[in-house]
Design a protein around this ligand. Structure first.
Ligand code: SF4
Length: 76
């Protein structure tokens, strides 16, 4: 899965949301998040992000961000 990190805060671009084929972006409190169970790992959103906020969960120490994205994508 891909997740959004805090580089997203205050970013006004939504190009990532538009390219996602499964619409798994959600609005968190002050940033976008990705539902980690709905993301199909296609990767097309990553290069769209001008803030480098979208990262694969295969990078180190991503557990907290996966849980953060999960929490805010099911909160509403
Ligand atoms: Fe959507 Fe693909 Fe990005 Fe996952 S990797 S959030 S499915 S565009």
């Amino acid at each position: 899965t891909y997740i959004v990190n805090d580089n997203c805060i205050a970013c006004k671009y939504t190009d990532c949301v538009e390219v996602c084929p499964v619409d798994c972006f959600y609005e968190g409190e002050n940033m976008l998040v990705i539902h980690p169970d709905e993301c199909i790992d296609c990767g097309v959103c990553e290069p769209e992000c001008p803030a480098d906020a979208i990262r694969p969960d295969t990078e180190p120490d991503m557990e907290k961000w996966v849980e953060f994205n999960r929490k805010y994508s099911i909160a509403w």
